[in-house]
Design a protein around this ligand. Sequence first.
Ligand code: UDP
Length: 405
Amino acid sequence: MKIQDYIPIVGRSTIEELYLLAEKLSGKVVLNVNSTLTGGGVAEILNRMVPLLNQLGVDARWEVIKGNDRFFQVTKKFHNALHGLREDITPEDFDVFADVSRKNIDEVKLNGDVFFIHDPQPIMLVNKRNEVGGKWLWRCHIDISHAEEKVWRFLRDFVVKYDAAVFTAPSFSRELPVRQFMIAPSIDPLSDKNRDLPTDTIEAILAKYHIGNEKPIVTQISRFDRLKDPVGVIQAFEQVRRSFDCQLILAGGSATDDPESEEVLKEVEERAGGNPDIHILTIPPNSDMEINALQRASTIIVQKSLREGFGLTVTEALWKAKPVVATAVGGIPLQVRNKFTGLISHGIEGTAYAIKQLLSNPEYARSLGQNGREHVKQNFLITRHLAEYMLLFLALGRQEEIIYL
Ligand code: UDP
């Protein structure tokens, strides 16, 4: 993908601005660190962001910390607790986290001018900052406004050692004695996940999964995670099926840093009970074109999350001009403006009701989808995200100054 290819979508001046910003960063190394190469929104963004920064001339790099099963069980508990769920976190859990983190502190190659640390898993790397120097940023992708106190207090001790924290939206953040920046995530309109696909490709992918397109398709794409409520989606679908002949796709893989997915998948399969109109697809990592095709083949896309980060699957659906039914959690309300760019729903009944409303009114559904695409174009494409990240890196070097572009 060449950066010039984005000009027809976002205009020439946006791309010129990116080059101007990149020039100011020349010679600087930006090292991203997270905990998985595939699966989940963070890996999704880094996969696109790092090569594009490189193309602009910014020396962006990406390292992944290592962890064992026990570590990822603990970080999954942290993740749930940060989302506000009650988790039984023991003193041993904190010890496991600290032990594995210390190993990573010794083993991860920390060379750079800006250390961009994503989410809680690698947060303790900041303990090495005196040794390696540079500016340190903690990028939190989770809405921690209702975080469980014990975990937050533990993590906060590391957050305060950073130069700044970056949140998706003001409502996601907490008071901190360090600078804070608000930057929403994005999708790449030219990636295999989001680019236009020929009808033949979409049909071939549906055929590969033995899905016909005679009946309307309702889809949720998500890791098999309880917070995405796949069982609730099936329950809503069963209610819709009483009045509309349609089918459901629940498609998702797992992330290497998520140990719970197998168990959740089993619950989902049991709940579906062999219903031939419910397609449960386990998708291997890097199946971007498959996900793209499933989203494009859908009549309606659902995201019935109980908690959510930003919800990139919603962005992806809106970009494809699909009518979306989603819950008002995490970043979803930033994307789905109720009755304008999609429908916000509450609970199983509410989700079923909204799906039925869209199935019985295709014109309305189409207009929501089109508004949704425009909303993503204005706010959530990777070009805006690149500009904001580069401004952020520049702002770090100039603690007191205002930056004029
Ligand atoms: N995704 C994927 N394969 C799957 C499930 C999800 O590629 O089987 C992608 C999805 O298209 C989206 C990202 O993973 O780009 C999920 O990001 P989101 O913010 O929706 O949720 P998270 O998984 O980070 O909680």
